[in-house]
Design a protein around this ligand. Structure first.
Ligand code: FAD
Ligand code: PYC
Length: 417
């Protein structure tokens, strides 16, 4: 065993501390920015990156109350797909998927995007009818998709149990070969690193506690660490905390914040090289490059800001996963955690202007925003740069909750919530 002297241990500790300080030291903030982004998750960081890169905006800050990527971005099960039912959603998620396909090259950072395909299982005749409808709609939108029978599912995921005598017999699935997974923290770091290289100020451990609003126009944000920071425009990208921030600005959002939880197993040899999701059983599973089985549940039905979930929900999910993959019953689980997701009445995001001039919101991605990260940032950067709402964002405006022009992806998008 290697031995360390007290001196070398002290030197190690010092170097570690110095590096830690370097990692954590924020740049000196400017008094005034062209754009302030609140929220250093994937969506906020992607927005800052595309604002600087595509629109040449010079003075941008991302303000994050914790650490970069420590919210839902670093807590999700990383499933990427674009097989949404309705044209508006499908186009937005497909835009994101196309960006994913070139993202590692664009950021010069390996986000480990792996197009291993996504199966959305059907367990009833009605499930299969919905799957056929969704795959047809996808194809009309130029999105890849196939309808598989149970044997077709088994060919792709050989360990799955397709016996007719199970609690949730598998009748078939939709299959999107271009879907897959990516490495969530790499996505946050990739965007952060690239934004930083373009001069974006990344201000961590700094909470936005209010807005400076005068004459109905936003003038800046109040922060816990630097007092008031001025801005021409402010983009609020804080997921489950969106209603809190809207409250600071004096209006309500049709958003509920719910816990959503996930867990990973001990690492095991490669056994599953695709993503399997089931609406009916409220569970989804894939295997990470490290070997862990990555398993997610449905949302807890109560609202809350605790980043954990209830035992009954996760128990239900695990029972279902074991039913689908009986051989996983012997695998030990390593870690469990939760995030706070921001759900809207039509299970679609809210993107665009707010009742306060110059204050824009990008939220409501709920349980499904990881896959949207590059697309959301790309489109929201267009909103903030031009102050014109881009065509792809228009259907997701806040006023749809007054006009009634909802895009209802509830239950339609092949996810269990
Ligand atoms: P976040 O990553 O949550 O970032 C928001 C940031 O804002 C946080 O870092 C927070 O600290 C910060 N913030 C909040 N308030 C303030 C304030 N006042 N001042 C400063 N900063 C503030 N999506 C998929 O597409 N596929 C999946 O497989 C998937 N699985 C999921 C599994 C789980 C368990 C969870 C929780 C979510 C899952 N999602 C999935 C959803 C996805 O994670 C989110 O939609 C997405 O990550 C949202 O990204 P974001 O950047 O908007 O939010
Ligand atoms: O939207 O694909 C999805 C998803 C999977 C798990 C949580 N959300």
């Amino acid at each position: 065993m290697q031995r360390y002297s007290a001196f070398s241990l002290f030197r190690h500790a010092l170097t570690y501390h110095e590096n830690w300080q370097k990692v954590w030291r924020n740049p000196e903030p400017k008094k005034h920015y062209d754009v302030i982004i609140i929220g250093g998750g994937g969506h906020g960081l992607a927005t800052a990156y595309y604002l600087a890169k595509n629109h040449g905006v010079k003075h941008i800050a991302v303000i994050e109350k914790g650490y970069l990527g420590g919210g839902n971005t670093g807590r999700n099960t990383t499933i990427v797909r674009s097989n949404y039912l309705w044209d508006e959603a499908a186009q937005l998620y497909e835009h994101a998927l196309k960006l994913w396909e070139g993202l590692s090259m664009d950021l010069n950072y390996n986000v480990m995007f792996s197009q291993r395909g996504v199966l959305n299982l059907g367990h009833t005749l009605q499930d299969m009818r919905d799957i056929e409808r969704r795959v047809s709609a996808n194809r009309l939108n130029g999105i890849d998709g196939e309808v598989l029978d149970a044997e077709g599912v088994k060919n792709i995921a050989p360990l799955i149990n397709i016996s007719k005598h199970t609690r949730y017999p598998i009748m078939g699935a939709s299959w999107q070969p271009r879907g897959g997974v990516a490495r969530h923290d790499a996505v946050a770091w990739g965007f952060a690193r690239a934004a930083d290289a373009l001069g974006v100020d990344l201000l961590q451990q700094c909470e936005v506690t209010g807005f400076d609003i005068s004459g109905g126009q936003v003038k800046g944000v109040q922060t816990s660490q630097y007092g008031l920071l001025g801005a021409e425009r402010v983009g609020c990208v804080v997921a489950g905390n969106s209603s809190v921030l809207a409250g600071y600005a004096g209006f309500d959002l049709p958003i509920e914040s719910h816990p959503l939880q996930a867990l990973v197993s001990e690492p095991i040899k490669p056994v599953l090289d695709t993503v399997v999701m089931s609406n009916q059983v409220h569970g989804y599973i894939s295997q990470s490059d490290k070997g862990d089985l990555v398993i997610g549940a449905g949302i807890d039905s109560y609202t809350g800001y605790g980043q954990r979930g209830s035992f009954t929900t996760i128990e239900h999910t695990l029972a279902a996963i074991i039913e689908l993959f009986p051989s996983f019953s012997r695998v030990r689980m390593n870690r469990q955690w939760g995030g706070i997701v921001d759900t809207t009445p039509d299970a679609c995001p809210i993107m665009g202007s707010s009742p306060v001039e110059g204050l824009y919101f990008n939220c409501g991605w709920g349980t499904g925003g990881f896959k949207a990260t590059p697309g959301s940032g790309h489109v929201f950067a267009d909103c903030l740069a031009s102050e014109e709402i881009p065509a792809m964002a228009k259907p997701f405006a806040l006023d749809r909750f007054y006009s009634g022009a909802l895009i209802d992806e509830h239950g339609a998008a092949g996810v269990a919530h």
